[in-house]
Design a protein around this ligand. Structure first.
Ligand code: AN7
Length: 408
């Protein structure tokens, strides 16, 4: 194993504690795949979870694990019909221990912090990263420091970070500002940074690709989706999932790599903008805004990796409005019984938009990644729903409310 810069190609020893190259480029963990044999059939009886794929992960000792991964891949017929897609699946990452995909990255990242003997882990977060880091730090006995953008983090996520014992600070500024600050604090204090600029995080998250292949195997006409659609914020997950598919491709487990398709909220869509204009690099959005606070990010740190993932895989990017996001959240909930937070619903809103525009073929096997659970953000649901009707505790009033709702 070694670290390789995606910008200048320089290789660094795996023991180096660094998140970016001396040229400032992003780093990627590389394996000698010619020495690794991986056959799905050989472990058909092992249920999917992150550490099922451990020879493709960068931790050799026992990891800090809370049984992350192994999330359901649901076939969604009703929603598929509505979106014009014959074979649509949703991978519900909200079924992880803290209710988001971040757990896959944190089991690897916190295990790495322990290997290095660092006793404080830290991150900036729109919420889910902080919740996830807090549970793994708790399990590992490490101190956790979290910086949140004040006023823009969903309630459930803050509750998790607090309950699991992290030091939680809200800054008067947005996520991009918080990330710049925490990077400085980590480099000055020797804390271990667990944002997705850390390549160990992405190694855990790439198992979404491995599991999807595992779960489609024998169930669909192909073990590889034609297209993967997911919300993009700091752009780590799309980069990680693409890396996972490329590794499986190189190992001969799959025959093709899916078209990586990123969806952003229209108020914070620098990656979509770069894809649409063909620009080599993103132009940061100074004041990102969206109801999907998880992806309220204007200057995604993994943009170079994400742009490469989308372009190399002949994928797409688009942006969706808050209204489209909230409608998709409701549709997924009511047509399929899958409850997700707004950011996750962006993938469905993007699918619908691209499909209706004719950019996605109805015969493609499509997998949408539902990145976080509905209960992360109950306040947005309450704001967009009619409140429960209060009735007197007697049968007549109850029947009145059930059969003549307008009179109550
Ligand atoms: C539900 O928690 O950035 O593109 O600090 O929570 O890999 O950043 C969350 C991101 C999508 C975007 N869906 O993933 C954080 C944070 C949900 C998320 C994303 C996030 P990336």
């Amino acid at each position: 194993m070694y670290l390789e810069c995606i910008n200048c190609g320089r290789k660094h020893d795996i023991s180096a504690v660094m998140n970016t190259c001396s040229c400032d480029g992003l780093l990627e963990i590389k394996y000698d795949l010619s020495k690794i044999s991986f056959k799905l059939e050989e472990r058909a009886n092992t249920p999917p979870h992150v550490w099922k794929y451990r020879e493709l992960l960068p931790i050799r000792g026992s990891p800090i694990t809370l049984m992350e991964g192994g999330t359901p891949l649901y076939r969604c017929k009703r929603l598929g019909e509505e979106c014009g897609i014959k074979e649509l699946y949703v991978k519900h990452e909200g079924m992880n221990p803290t209710g988001s995909f971040k757990d896959r990255g944190m089991t690897v990242g916190v295990s790495r912090a322990l290997e290095l003997g660092i006793n404080t882990v830290a991150c900036a977060s729109t919420g889910n990263t902080s919740a996830s880091m807090a549970i793994y730090a708790a399990k590992a006995g490490l101190a956790a420091l979290v910086l949140l953008p004040s006023g823009y983090v969903a309630l459930g996520k803050i509750a998790q970070a607090l309950m699991h014992g992290a030091t939680v600070l809200s800054i008067r500024g947005n996520f991009d500002k918080a990330l710049t600050l925490i990077q400085k604090v980590c480099s000055e204090q020797g804390f271990y940074l667990l944002n997705s600029v850390n390549p160990y995080r992405l190694e855990g998250q790439k198992t979404i690709a491995f599991e999807t292949v595992d779960q489609l195997n024998g169930r669909s006409r192909t073990n590889t989706p034609d297209r993967v659609i997911l919300p993009v914020g700091n752009a780590g997950n799309i980069s990680a999932i693409y890396k996972g598919y490329r590794e499986f491709h190189e190992l001969g487990v799959i025959e093709s790599v899916p078209m990586m398709t990123g969806i952003q909220a229209s108020g914070s869509a620098p990656i979509t903008h770069a894809i649409e204009t063909g620009a080599a690099a993103i132009e940061p959005v100074a004041h990102p805004e969206t109801v999907a606070t998880a992806i309220r990010i204007g200057d995604p740190i993994n943009a170079p990796k994400a742009l490469r993932a989308i372009r190399e895989s002949h994928g797409l990017a688009t942006s969706v409005t808050d209204e489209e996001i909230l409608k998709a959240q409701k549709d997924l909930a009511r047509l399929e019984g899958i409850g997700v937070e707004p950011a996750s619903a962006a993938s469905i809103a993007g699918l619908r938009k691209l499909s209706h525009a004719g950019a996605i073929d109805g015969d493609e096997v499509v997998v949408c990644i539902a990145t976080g659970h509905l209960l992360k953000d109950p306040e947005t649901v309450i704001r967009s729903s009619h409140p429960p009707v209060e009735v007197s505790a007697d049968l007549n009033s109850l029947y009145d409310a059930i059969f003549h709702p307008q009179s109550t």
